[in-house]
Design a protein around this ligand. Sequence first.
Ligand code: F0G
Length: 482
Amino acid sequence: MAKVKFFGVESIPLEMHKVRIVQKLNLPPIERRLEAITEAGNNTFLLRNADVFLDMLTDSGVNAMSDQQQAAMMIADDSYAGSATFTRLENKLREIFGMPFFLPAHQGRACENILSQVLVSPGSVVPMNYHFTTTKAHITLNGGIVEELVGDAGLEVVSAHPFKGNMDIAKLRQVIARHGADRIAFVRMEAGTNLIGGQPFSVANLGEIRQVCDEFGLMLVLDASLLADNLHFIKEREADCRDLSIREITRRMADLCDVIYFSARKLGCVRGGGICIRDEAFYRRMRGLVPLYEGFLTYGGMSVREMEALTVGLEETMDEDVINQGPQFIRYMVDELVRRGIPVITPAGGLGCHINAMEFVDHIPQARYPAGALASALYLVSGIRGMERGTLSEQREPDGSEVFANMELVRLALPRRVFTLSQVKYTIDRLTWLYANRRKIGGLVFTEEPEILRFFYGRLAPVSDWQTELVARFRQDFGDSL
Ligand code: F0G
């Protein structure tokens, strides 16, 4: 993909695949979109997909599968126990990660449940580069606390740092000294660090963390859900790895870890999850929980068809042409938005394009959820569904006070191989219009606020009639356009 140069036209990403199945989309008029977002309590999670034009909520479970993956689904072995499908998947994971043991689970958070139940107890500490919502929820549910140790560059919105997901080693040492090594349940590194904009860490950083873990006898756990993007960036940006194949880089990373878990809704482009483990005793401790929460050991809550597709998807992840598509589309989108002065996280990461709501709508205070308001406004003017990743996605303190997020982002995920470049250009166009009219966007207040993971079901209302005004302005500028 990266190797094709253009003559005489702008440099654009070029797909190394063709599309043979399509799905019709619906773009309702803006008046219907206003009704839809109101019915959804201004929460994009609660929109019905029939009202959505481009679904950029997530890349989870919605990446396009390949023909090879779909074909593999036909040979799945449906037996409850001892299925040949499981053996094929287990062998592929052993081949790629070099870890002897594998436990299947129905998705990433199910792996987090198992890991946290076995490793985390009241008073435990889990240092990590950055949390993910479900990870933190499982750790805190088991009485642990999360220490976020991403380097300072990780929290800078505009940056040229190639590895913003790196952990700050000095901070890791401080945390160990402060709490004592005995209280550290494990050290967690998240590939393609989700909540700070899909930012990668380097193999060198992982190596340094390994050294510290060895020094203090700590377990190193890799969340490989977004590994594919991270691998792309390592290959592109880390001089020591430039001449290695994706498979060799993967192995180099895996060799530094004790446990690798993943959401296969991201890694491998299917629906499932799993935990790869090096140590047998530890494997045995976790194994008991699989039949309790997931299903029998050889399917773990996954459909065997998805498992076959995962075996193929993991192999395809070792192909640069496959994993380059996402980051290259995202870079195109980010670069174009930067050219238009629209605030986004830079450098472009994986997963999607992250709009910096803190700056886009800098007139909205964090207590009125700027990223939530921007996600609602963007849906209204475009039919594009993004995801709030800011204060709404945080949990209140036990005393009820708000935890203001470090970053207020609207994530526009680009599920791999799903959208075309013209759809990306439409997104850029509507964002450009919205930016010019950003002062019309107002804040949101909760009308219904659940206690746990409130961003999933919470309902909010606009603080004024700003949405109606935005619709009127849209009609003025776009006439009868959808
Ligand atoms: N870890 C990371 C880094 C993730 O991005 C996710 C999910 C999970 C764990 C949990 O996996 O959804 O299969 O249970 N991220 C999705 C997202 C939900 O939209 O970014 P899961």
